[in-house]
Design a protein around this ligand. Structure first.
Ligand code: IPE
Ligand code: IPE
Ligand code: MG
Length: 246
């Protein structure tokens, strides 16, 4: 039986998030520049989006560039930004054909203007697509996100738009970048690192975490299916006992 056939359709994760890591190490192992790893990483994005599309997964969120990644060498940042623009231009037709809506979270205004413009254009063109919401986390940092919403909510309290008593988890969710997204069910990180690196700290409160040694440029549909099968073999208890669930 193929891996895909082992997946139980009624128990699919609704929202998969991915920390796409290991591009640099992949390139180094091959004696190439880090850039080559990022370029090959774009193929892995296609694999995951296609694989999720085949299964009918509605929400896919990819960590593409963190607030901390601005501290990388200027040339690498530039390459990543250029790659983003070229990938957006190249993939717009595929997004349309497969009815995928592109969405972004993070401080996207801080991106170079050509990236920002291209992103806005693709988001605008795909906004009616309803088969999948593909979210790119760009210049995203969870601590920055949470810091900003504390400021926003505080300002609302100060201006009597909201009272302190009414601040609850729903209010917080509505202020996050992810306000249009459901909670993450499955978080995948490639390259063997077992950390979160400032990604969706609030949103992964009850996500199932899956770490694989595979470097991102090598990650393909079969690896995705393995992660989903692994997820389906877990019991998500949300604080309850096993008996309560049955
Ligand atoms: C992930 O691969 C891509 C980004 C963080 C933008 P890395 O570039 O972090 O690759 P490694 O971790 O150095 O191998
Ligand atoms: C996390 O990867 C960010 C992205 C995948 C975009 P990093 O490679 O930047 O993470 P750390 O710094 O090694 O934790
Ligand atoms: Mg890395």
């Amino acid at each position: 039986m193929s891996l895909k056939d082992q997946i139980i359709p009624s128990r699919l994760p609704n929202h998969i998030a991915v920390i796409m890591d290991g591009n640099g190490r992949w390139a180094k192992l091959k004696g190439l520049f880090r850039t080559a790893g990022h370029e090959k990483g774009a193929n892995a994005v296609k694999e995951v989006v296609e694989g999720c599309g085949d299964l009918g997964i509605k929400f896919v969120t990819l960590y593409a560039f963190s607030t901390e990644n601005w501290n990388r060498p200027k040339m690498e940042v530039k390459t990543l930004m250029n790659l983003l623009v070229s990938s957006l231009k190249k993939e717009i037709n595929t997004l349309q054909k497969n009815k995928i809506r592109l969405h972004a979270i993070g401080n996207i205004e801080s991106l170079p203007s050509k990236v920002y413009k291209e992103l806005q254009e693709v988001m605008e063109k795909t906004k009616e697509n309803d088969k999948m919401m593909l979210t790119l986390a760009l210049s995203y940092g969870s601590r920055e996100e949470i810091t900003n919403i504390i400021k926003e909510i505080s300002a609302k309290v100060k201006n009597n738009i909201i009272s302190i008593e009414n601040i609850d988890e729903t209010v917080i969710n509505e202020h996050l970048y992810t306000r249009n997204l459901p909670d993450v069910d499955l978080l995948i990180r490639t390259s063997g690192e077992q950390r979160i690196s400032n990604f969706l700290l609030w949103q992964i409160a009850y996500a199932e975490l899956y770490f694989t040694e595979v470097l991102w440029p090598d990650f393909n549909k079969e690896h995705l299916f393995e992660a989903i099968i692994n997820y389906q073999n877990r019991e998500r208890r949300f604080g309850k006992t096993s008996d309560q669930l049955n």
